[in-house]
Design a protein around this ligand. Structure first.
Ligand code: BDR
Ligand code: CA
Length: 310
């Protein structure tokens, strides 16, 4: 099984991604770390515990990480995910403690395990801090998959910037520049294709009503947000695609390129992908631009709700 650490900010779609990872036999989830993103990192850690409890996997440790971006003020996305980060779902509190020191956990794990894949579903603050503290440990990181950025698609925080990179652009810029592996960027170009619709929810209700109820509780707020601001029926679930891609790379297609993150001015947080190699810099990323979205959604439903993909 692939050893993975999931760094996240749950978050509605982060929660769906965690459910997917926990239900995937290909993955051995060594730990979950949380970062200031959709919600503050302590709330994210509590939410991760709620998802672990729902999936009966509370033995997986949760570590709280950075409570603010590297260099700038922290802006949460509670307008999108609800004050509680789980769509005002009022899931019961879990009486188990999370740990602090996400970065230490990441580095310690990298030091003692071989072949670890890091999947980042939020701003890259924890990752940048961990690497700054012990770059050598990162030699054992075989893959780094990050949901964030965009290639040609429009942004969701500004005309050009996606939230995870916009929230902490310095951390994102650091990771593209310094990690010893190519950053596999699952950006909005591909994740926007993952539209979770009321029809899909109805399908789950018919086959797995308990799961449907749980998913509906946490996605209702997201449905409303998408309708109100984008007139989209349903909601885009970005983060699960990063987990799916980590397991099944053939689901997405892309190319190697040098990518830079804008850290000042009007395009703050934008990911600029040098597809045509104008800069003559070596590729620091693998940028995913195409996805078999139907297959991806089928796999998501099979894993999280037991729906037969055939
Ligand atoms: C990303 O931002 C967050 O709101 C989501 O959880 C996802 O990780 C999409 O831009
Ligand atoms: Ca996220």
């Amino acid at each position: 099984r692939k050893k993975v650490i999931i760094d996240c900010d749950p978050g509605i779609d982060d929660s769906l991604a965690l459910m997917l990872a926990l239900a995937s036999p290909e993955l051995d989830v060594l730990g979950i770390t949380t970062v200031a993103g959709n919600v503050p990192s302590d709330l994210g850690a509590k939410n991760a515990l709620k998802i672990l409890a729902h999936c009966h996997q509370l033995k997986i440790p949760v570590y709280r990480g950075a409570d603010r971006p590297l260099k700038r003020d922290y802006v949460s996305a509670q307008d999108t995910h609800g004050n509680d980060g789980l769509g005002q779902s009022k899931l019961p509190e879990i009486h188990k403690n999370y740990h602090s020191n996400a970065c230490e956990f990441i580095n310690e794990t990298l030091r003692k395990e071989q072949d670890v894949t890091l999947i980042a579903l939020g701003p890259l603050t924890n990752i940048a801090l961990a690497h700054q503290k012990d770059p050598k440990a990162w030699q054992n990181c075989t893959r780094f998959v990050s949901m964030g950025g965009n290639f040609k698609s429009f942004g969701n925080c500004s005309p050009v910037a996606e939230y995870n990179y916009w929230c902490d652009p310095e951390a994102a810029a650091y990771c593209f520049e310094h990690l010893p592996v190519k950053l596999e960027m699952i950006g909005l170009d591909v994740t926007r294709k993952m539209l979770f619709t009321p029809n899909i929810l109805e399908l789950i209700y018919q086959n797995a009503p308990k799961e449907a109820e749980f998913i509906q509780k946490i996605t209702r707020f997201y449905f409303d947000f998408h309708w109100q601001y984008e007139k989209v029926i349903g909601c885009v679930i970005n983060d699960p695609l990063a987990v799916l891609y980590a397991i099944f790379p053939e689901l997405c297609a892309g190319f190697d390129a040098n990518t830079q993150i804008v850290t000042s001015g009007i395009a703050l947080g934008q990911s600029i992908v040098d597809e045509k190699n104008f800069w003559h810099r070596s590729p620091n990323s693998h940028v995913l631009v195409k996805v078999d979205a139907l297959k991806a959604m089928q796999l998501f439903l099979a894993r999280t709700c037991g729906l037969d993909p055939e």
